[in-house]
Design a protein around this ligand. Structure first.
Ligand SMILES: Cc1cc2nc3c(=O)[nH]c(=O)nc-3n(C[C@H](O)[C@H](O)[C@H](O)COP(=O)(O)OP(=O)(O)OC[C@H]3O[C@@H](n4cnc5c(N)ncnc54)[C@H](O)[C@@H]3O)c2cc1C
Ligand code: FES
Length: 285
């Protein structure tokens, strides 16, 4: 489902709304979580989104870039973006202090089909920064726990120092509401108490009924290949595999064509696609 409404409510789709960085929480190296609140109090109350949607954030005088919303719509008032410093805009963003204004437009993209997911088991599989959009879905599901069956998270990072939201996720390990499986490729410090090995090894620890489960995947491209192999070996229906994909984006609103894959606009028709969509558009993954 495309979401073509935006927060600006005005004619020009490129006009951002002013928002304030209220808190910056350092994560791992070169990754920070930005808590952002709109200046317009009406918008603070009315702004909502689906897990899996993204916003365009502008650093005034520098430029803008798309970022997945990492918070859950069940926590209204503040949006959280987990950002990796990689280039022009993110460099400038990392130089800002709390209380600085930025521009936000959106939310954009389709997001996860949450109503369709209700009544099913939810299997979330993330690698690296892929946890950013999946954290929104995870927290949404946990806040609406009775609407879903089993909830399983498999998350892999290179090492314990590179695991995003580490303490938040470690706190989930002992909860009965979710089976939280965390793994790192390597643990040279020998301090890691959860699993070691690639994320696909975690499939050994779960018993999944594909006909009653939706899998949501986000991570580096190489991870998709191996995770898809595992899911298909288990006869996962292709329309029950949901992938959050990133493409180079400029406008976010279906005007510039930068994000097109075949006849699809990633910014409107995605960034969440089913595996079924992907096999019909081979250049998608
Ligand atoms: C829907 C969507 C959601 C995103 N969510 C997040 C998020 O939650 N957190 C986050 O840190 N980043 C996210 N990104 C990626 C982020 O938008 C880019 O890294 C962006 O280019 C950063 O802007 P910049 O000006 O700092 O980097 P630039 O100076 O534009 O680029 C730095 C380098 O990254 C490359 N690049 C740019 N865009 C992408 C891309 N989409 N995929 C791969 N390489 C790219 C460029 O080619 C260049 O080599 C998302 C992208 C999309 C499309
Ligand atoms: S980003 Fe411009 S059309 Fe999608």
């Amino acid at each position: 489902m495309s979401n073509r409404k935006d927060c600006s409510g005005c004619q020009n789709p490129y006009t951002p709304q002013m928002a304030r960085i209220i808190r910056i929480l350092p994560q791992i190296q070169d990754h920070q979580l930005f808590q952002i609140q709109f200046e317009d109090q009406q918008l603070v109350k009315s702004f909502t989104y689906r897990p899996g949607q993204f916003v365009m954030l502008s650093v005034i005088g520098t430029g803008e870039a798309p970022f997945s919303i990492s918070s859950s719509p069940t926590h209204a008032g503040v949006i959280e973006l987990c950002v990796r410093r990689i280039g022009h805009v993110t460099d400038a963003l990392f130089k800002l202090a709390p209380n600085t204004m930025v521009g936000i437009r959106g939310p954009y993209g389709n997001g996860f089909p949450i109503e369709q997911l209700e009544g099913n088991n939810i299997l979330l599989i993330a690698g690296g920064l892929g946890m950013a959009p999946l954290r929104s879905l995870l927290n949404y599901v946990l806040d609406n726990r009775s609407k879903f069956k089993d909830v399983i998270l498999m998350y892999g990072a290179r090492n314990p120092e590179e695991m995003l939201f580490k303490y938040e996720l470690l706190n989930l390990i002992d909860l009965a509401d979710v089976k939280c499986l965390l793994t790192v490729d390597k643990d040279e410090s020998k301090t890691w108490k959860a699993y070691t090995g690639v994320v696909t090894n975690l499939f050994e620890h779960v018993d999944i009924n594909p006909a009653q489960t939706y899998a949501a995947i986000c991570g580096p491209e190489i991870m998709f290949k191996f995770v898809l192999e595992k899911l298909l070996q288990r006869n996962f229906p292709k329309d029950r595999i949901l992938m959050s994909l990133e493409r180079n984006m400029q406008c976010g609103v279906g005007k510039c064509g930068h994000c097109m894959i075949g006849c699809k606009y990633t910014c409107l028709d995605g960034p969440i696609f089913t595996y079924w969509d992907a096999i019909n558009l081979p250049e998608m993954i």
